[in-house]
Design a protein around this ligand. Structure first.
Ligand SMILES: Nc1ncnc2c1ncn2[C@@H]1O[C@H](COP(=O)(O)OP(=O)(O)OP(=O)(O)O)[C@@H](O)[C@H]1O
Length: 638
C-alpha cells in the first residue's frame, strides 16, 4: 500500500500523509498559503459539477443486413463532484462505450439523457468544461514535453496571456505531475506512465472540471498505475469529477478510487463507494470471500462465473444504477431541483458567453499549428528527411539511366519513357507517404479536435501550408538532378514548365493520398491507393495513345490527372516550337523533328496552360473532397 491516506482540509485542499513514487504532489495546506500556492493555476476556477445520467442506451449497427447490437441497456447513474470514479466490468461489458457516451464522444445510436447540475446537458457548454483522454496516448512524439505543453498552451489559453503567464502555468502543471525533469524529453521517448501523465498535463492546461480517462492504467506497471491513479485522485479532490474505466485493479489500486460503477453486459451491478462494495455484496447474498480482492470478485460475478442469476440479483438490487443507497451519505445527495436552485441559469449565461467552440481565434490556431507543423517537419525522418533523400536518389538513378537522352533525336522514345517514369515517381511517393502516415496523425487530430484545441479548418489549412515548402524543395531538387543529367533543353522557360507540372502532379497525388488516408485505415489505403492509380496510368495516353483509345473509354483520359501531367511535360520539352534535335548517337533519327514524334504519340504541344488549369482543378477538387471526408470521418467514428 503506497498511499496512507488523504484528507480534505479546510478550503477543500488535500494533503497526503504519505505519497508514493515520485509524483510530486505539492498541494496547498491552508488557505493562508493560497496566494503563493504552487498549484494556483490548476485548481478549478469554477464550481464543481454534478452529473446525472438516466436510461442510457447505446445501439450499434453490425453492418448491412446483420442487424443491431445493444451495448448499454438503459443504465442510470450519478457522478458526484470531487470524486475519482472508476467504471469497472469485464471485457466487453460496455465500459468504454459508457465513457464515450458520458463524455459526449459517442453520439450515434445513443439514447437517454445526461444532466449537468440538474439541467439537461448542453453539449457546447459541456465540452468547454470537460476533456476526454483516450486509452492510446495520442501525443506528438517528435516534440519534447515542454514543446507539447507550450503549443497546447498557445492553443488552449486565451491569447491575452503572455508567454510568461503561460510558462508559469506549464511549469506548475509539470511540477505537480512530476514531469518537470523530463521537459526536454521527446514524447516518443517517455515511459508509459510518463506519457499518460503528459496526456493529463496537456488537458489540464485548460483546467477542465470533468475529466474522462479511458483505461489510464492499462499497460503500466503497478508503480506507474498507482502514480497515475493517485494523480487523478488528487485532481478530483481539488474539485473535479474524474471518471476512469479500469480493467481489473489490484486491491490497493481499487482502494484509491472513491466510487465505483460496475457494469456487466451493459447493465449496472453496483454504484457506490469502494468501501461499501463488500457490505453491498453481502447484503445481496453474494458475500466476498475473506482474503479475496473485492475488485476481482465482483468482476468474476459480472463475468457470470458464479451463475447468471447472480448478475440478475445484483442488477435489480442496484436498480440498474438508479439506487444511490451505497453512496457516502445518500441523504446528503441533492435532488435535481435542489441542484437547479444551487446553480441558477445565470451560471449558464456565463458559460455561454465564452468563446464559441475553441478557446482561441482561428488565426491563432492556424499560426500555432503552422509553427508546430514546421517543428515536426524539421525532425520528421520519414516525411521530410526520407522524402528528400528519396528524391535525390531516384533523381540520380533516373538521370544515370537516361543520361543525355533529352537532346538526342535517336532517343526520343527513351526520353518519353523517362517523362512517364518521372510522372510515376511524382505520383507514387507523395501519395503513399500520405496514405501511410496520415492515419496516425488522424488519431491525434480526432483527440485534439474533440477536446476543442482547434477547428478542422485551421488544422487543414496548416497541414497544407506546412507541406507546400517541403513539396517544392523535394520536387525542385529532383527536377534539377533529372533535368540536367538527362540533358533536357537548358532553357529557363522549359525548365519552369517542367517543374510546374512536376509540382502540380505531386500536389494532386498528395491530395489523392490525403483523401484515401482520411477515409481508410493504412491497410485499406495501401491497397486502394496504387490500385486506383492503375486506371489513371492506363488513361494517361502513354501505353495506348489518346488517338487509339476506344471512343467509349475516352472519358477516362479526362479524369486521369496523369494525362495532363504527361501532356504538360511533352509541352515543356517538345513544345514551344522546339527546333530539330541533335542526331549524334545513331545514323538515322526517326524523331529528329519533334513534330513527327508529337503526331505519333498524338499529343498537342500547345496545351500547357490547359494542362495547368486541369491540374489546378484536380488539386482544388481533391483537397475539398479530402476535407469533407475528414470532416465526415471525425463524426463517423463517433
Ligand atoms: N461499433 C461497434 N460495432 C459492433 N460492436 C461494438 C462496437 N462498439 C463496441 N462494440 C461491442 O460492444 C461491447 C462493449 O464494448 P466496449 O468497448 O464498451 O467494452 P469494454 O467494457 O470497454 O471492453 P474492454 O475492457 O475489453 O475494452 C463489446 O462486445 C464490443 O465488441
Amino acid at each position: 500500500m503506497m498511499l496512507a491516506g488523504a484528507e480534505i482540509e479546510d478550503g477543500g485542499s488535500v494533503s497526503y500523509k504519505e505519497v508514493s513514487g515520485n509524483v510530486a504532489m505539492s498541494l496547498p495546506r491552508a488557505k493562508a498559503q493560497e496566494k503563493s500556492s504552487p498549484d494556483q493555476h490548476i485548481k478549478p476556477r469554477r464550481e464543481p459539477v454534478d452529473i446525472h445520467f438516466s436510461n442510457i442506451t447505446c445501439t450499434v449497427s453490425l453492418g448491412f443486413n446483420k442487424g443491431h447490437k445493444q451495448i448499454l441497456h438503459g443504465v442510470h447513474g450519478r457522478l458526484r463532484p470531487r470524486q475519482l470514479i472508476a467504471i469497472m466490468g469485464p471485457s466487453g461489458a460496455g465500459k468504454s462505450t459508457l465513457l464515450d457516451v458520458l463524455s459526449g464522444y459517442r453520439i450515434s445510436g445513443v439514447g437517454g439523457a445526461v444532466f449537468i447540475n440538474g439541467r439537461g446537458r448542453i453539449m457546447k457548454n459541456f465540452k468547454k468544461m470537460s476533456c476526454y483522454i483516450q486509452q492510446d496516448d495520442r501525443l506528438q512524439g517528435l516534440l519534447t514535453v515542454g514543446e507539447n505543453m507550450t503549443l497546447a498552451a498557445d492553443l488552449k489559453l486565451p491569447t491575452s496571456k503572455d508567454k510568461y503567464e503561460k510558462g508559469e502555468i506549464i511549469e506548475e502543471i509539470l511540477t505537480n505531475l512530476g514531469l518537470y525533469e523530463h521537459i526536454n524529453t521527446r514524447g516518443a521517448q517517455l515511459s508509459g506512465g510518463q506519457r499518460k501523465r503528459l496526456s493529463i498535463a496537456l488537458e489540464l492546461i485548460s483546467n477542465p472540471l470533468i475529466m474522462f480517462l479511458d483505461e489510464p492504467t492499462t499497460g503500466l506497471d503497478s508503480s506507474s498505475c498507482s502514480q497515475v491513479v493517485e494523480l487523478c485522485r488528487t485532481l478530483a479532490h481539488q474539485g473535479r469529477t474524474i471518471v476512469c474505466t479500469v480493467h481489473q485493479p489490484s486491491a490497493s489500486l481499487f482502494a484509491m478510487f472513491d466510487h465505483v460503477y460496475i457494469l456487466a453486459a451493459g447493465q449496472c451491478l453496483y454504484q457506490g463507494t469502494t468501501k461499501n462494495l463488500v457490505p453491498y455484496l453481502e447484503q445481496a447474498g453474494v458475500p466476498c470471500p475473506i482474503y479475496h480482492n473485492p475488485a476481482d470478485y465482483v468482476i468474476e460475478l459480472a463475468c457470470g462465473e458464479y451463475g447468471e442469476d447472480k448478475i440478475q440479483v445484483l442488477t435489480s438490487k442496484a436498480e440498474n444504477g438508479r439506487s444511490l443507497d451505497w453512496f457516502e451519505d445518500p441523504q446528503a445527495i441533492p435532488s435535481m431541483e435542489a441542484l437547479r436552485k444551487q446553480y441558477p441559469l445565470s451560471v449558464l449565461r456565463e458559460q455561454d458567453a465564452g468563446p464559441s467552440v475553441e478557446e482561441t481565434p482561428q488565426s491563432n490556431q492556424r499560426s500555432v499549428l503552422i509553427k508546430r507543423g514546421f517543428l515536426k517537419a524539421k525532425r520528421d525522418s520519414t516525411m521530410t528527411h526520407l522524402r528528400l533523400i528519396v528524391n535525390v536518389v531516384v533523381g540520380i538513378m533516373l538521370g544515370m539511366l537516361f543520361i543525355d537522352a533529352g537532346n538526342e533525336g535517336s532517343r526520343v522514345l527513351e526520353n518519353y519513357n523517362l517523362l512517364f517514369a518521372i510522372l510515376m515517381h511524382h505520383m507514387m511517393s507523395p501519395m503513399m507517404l500520405t496514405i501511410l502516415t496520415f492515419p496516425s496523425e488522424m488519431s491525434i487530430l480526432s483527440k485534439e479536435h474533440f477536446n476543442r484545441w482547434y477547428s478542422l479548418g485551421s488544422y487543414y489549412i496548416s497541414i497544407t501550408i506546412v507541406d507546400l515548402p517541403i513539396s517544392i524543395v523535394s520536387c525542385a531538387v529532383f527536377s534539377v538532378i533529372v533535368y540536367t543529367m538527362s540533358s533536357q533543353p537548358l532553357e529557363i522557360v522549359r525548365f519552369s514548365m517542367f517543374f510546374a507540372i512536376s509540382l502540380y502532379t505531386v500536389l494532386v497525388a498528395q491530395s489523392f493520398g490525403l483523401m484515401i488516408g482520411a477515409a481508410f485505415n493504412v491497410v485499406n489505403g495501401t491497397f486502394l491507393g496504387p490500385t486506383l492509380s492503375v486506371p489513371m496510368m492506363m488513361f494517361a495516353g502513354f501505353g495506348v495513345t489518346l488517338r487509339d483509345l476506344p471512343p467509349y473509354l475516352y472519358w477516362g483520359s479526362y479524369i486521369s490527372y496523369l494525362r495532363y501531367g504527361l501532356e504538360g511535360f511533352i509541352g515543356a520539352i517538345y513544345g514551344l516550337k522546339r527546333p530539330q534535335l541533335e542526331c549524334n548517337q545513331a545514323p538515322y533519327c526517326h524523331y529528329k523533328h519533334p513534330r513527327q514524334f508529337l503526331s505519333e504519340v498524338s499529343m498537342s504541344p500547345d496545351m500547357f496552360w490547359w494542362d495547368v488549369l486541369a491540374l489546378t482543378v484536380f488539386v482544388l477538387v481533391l483537397r475539398v473532397a479530402a476535407f469533407l471526408l475528414l470532416k465526415w470521418k471525425l463524426n463517423a467514428v463517433r
